[in-house]
Write a protein that binds this ligand. Structure first.
Ligand SMILES: CC(C)[C@H](C(=O)O)[C@@H](O)C(=O)O
Ligand code: SF4
Length: 464
């Protein structure tokens, strides 16, 4: 029978199906960080349970880490205790930890792929909603709750209901200045934040296929922002070229064998999807959000909607009030205070290169604070090796040390109340970047141009 990609991977991991219709699914890879693991470890300890396969777990410290002076002890007490707890638990249970100061430390969804831990055809979980990022490799990857983190630790399995399948195809060629981030912000603006609830989304079509792995990760990363359980893209030559030679990738004969299996991972021609959408790449323009959820996105040259359904009017106006915007207005010309380039959506080396290529020989506007937080130690080192750090410094952009940083401001990197920040991250919720902060989500290219201009502009007029 014709099967979709998610079903092929799912079927290969079902240990047992139970009478209720749910499946016990084997998990290949479990990533953990300091925020959602402590309660799971406590549960194991309380029940005196050992880890089933400690070598399938990998830990990193990312959410609470400072992005300045990482060689010094963490100053903020809560952050310090979270990171210390992770270190203690990893020692106690024999889990590999890429903690602060480690050459492989970084945002969990950045280091998995760059180390070759994220492989096609695998099941990957983490107590973190943006685990969907790893789906870019053709993996079934999804965020789990803390009690599930404990279940995977104890059994390497989860009891799950098979997700519904959705396919979103974007066909054609993206226009100049339009990136993977614009593509996914556009899709979410069309479907809304609940548009994919209960589904696993497969992204397809020639525009998706032509994206780099970094771009595909950006797209899959934001699947959760439209309610999807996960997102994935069939692996292809682009995927294999990215994975080959990475530290944890299979080598030699094992590599050949792996690739021949991975080549079977695509949705069969007559596979049935529970929902399907097709978009035209040429319709997509550089995007920005104006509101307080990622579905509130418009073209940079567009207008804040003037009409919304009555049932949404109250929350819509509340959101606009928070942002200081009016119905029907254009955002062009609005002054911006901060630019944050980072997060598991857009902090990979390709993102930094895009920014560097634009800002080389230019300087940020005087009133703007521009911060670049690499997704990992390796991205940081690569940026230094390529001399990108010097381009940033000359342009007045501050290159920090890796972590989640101002994506959710669990460390000191907070945007002040009332200030506007164009951010390359994935969430623009009220207070997300600090109490009262106002976030406008955009691509790294839009962020770079905004930092230089100091206000929101039609970037197509400013492309190099
Ligand atoms: C802290 C963590 C549980 C959370 C998530 O699950 O997504 C965070 O990473 C976020 O982006 O809001
Ligand atoms: S970078 Fe942001 S979205 Fe990604 S895991 Fe960290 S806090 Fe969550």
């Amino acid at each position: 029978m014709a099967r979709s990609l998610v079903d092929k991977i799912w079927d290969a991991h079902v240990v047992r199906s139970i009478a209720s219709g749910q499946d016990v699914v084997y998990i290949d890879r479990h990533l953990i960080h300091e925020v959602t693991s402590p309660q799971a470890f406590d549960e194991l300890a309380a029940r005196n349970l050992p880890l089933f396969r400690p070598n399938r777990i990998l830990a990193t410290a990312d959410h609470n880490v400072p992005t300045l002076n990482q060689h010094l002890p963490i100053v903020e007490p809560l952050s310090r205790s979270q990171v210390d707890k992770l270190t203690e638990n990893c020692q106690k249970y024999g889990i590999e930890l890429y903690g602060l100061g480690h050459q492989r430390q970084g945002i969990v969804h950045v280091i998995g792929p760059e180390l070759g831990l994220t492989l096609p055809g695998t099941t990957i979980v983490c107590g973190d909603s943006h685990t969907s990022t790893h789906g870019a490799f053709g993996a079934v990857a999804f965020g789990i709750g803390t009690s599930q983190v404990a279940q995977v630790m104890a059994s390497q399995c989860l009891l799950l209901t098979r997700p519904k399948r959705m396919r979103i195809a974007v066909e054609g060629q993206l226009r100049p200045g339009v990136t993977a981030k614009d593509l996914i912000l556009y899709v979410i603006s069309q479907l809304g934040t609940g548009g994919a609830t209960g589904y696993f989304v497969e992204y397809a079509g020639s525009a998706v296929r032509s994206l780099s792995m970094e771009g595909r990760m950006t797209v899959c990363n934001m699947s959760i922002e439209m309610g999807a359980r996960g997102g994935l893209i069939a692996p292809d030559a682009t995927t294999f070229a990215y994975v080959e030679g990475r530290p944890f990738a299979p080598k030699g004969a094992a590599w050949e064998q792996a690739v021949s299996y991975w080549e079977t991972l695509y949705s069969d021609d007559d596979a049935v999807f529970d929902a399907e959408y097709v978009y035209d790449a040429a319709e997509i323009t550089p995007m920005i959000t104006y509101g307080t959820n990622p579905g509130m996105g418009i073209p940079l040259t567009g207008h804040v909607p003037s009409q919304v359904p009555d049932s949404e009017a109250e929350s819509f106006d509340k959101s606009l009030k928070y942002m200081g915007f009016e119905r029907g207005e254009s955002l062009l010309g609005k002054q911006i205070d901060y630019v944050f380039i980072g997060s598991c959506t857009n902090s990979r080396i390709e993102d930094l290169r895009t920014v560097a290529a634009y800002v080389q020989g230019k300087h940020k506007a005087g009133h703007v604070e521009a911060i670049i937080v690499p997704g990992s130690k390796q991205v940081e080192q690569q940026a230094i090796a390529e001399g990108i750090d010097k381009i940033f410094a000359a342009a007045g952009f501050e290159l920090r040390e890796p972590g989640c940083s101002a994506c959710l401001a669990m460390n000191e990197d907070k945007i002040p109340a009332g200030a506007y920040c164009v951010a390359t991250s994935n969430r623009n919720f009220e207070g997300r970047q600090g109490p009262g902060s106002r976030t406008l989500l955009a691509s790294p290219l839009v962020a770079a141009i905004t930092a230089v201009q100091g206000r929101i502009v039609d970037i197509t007029q400013y492309l190099n």
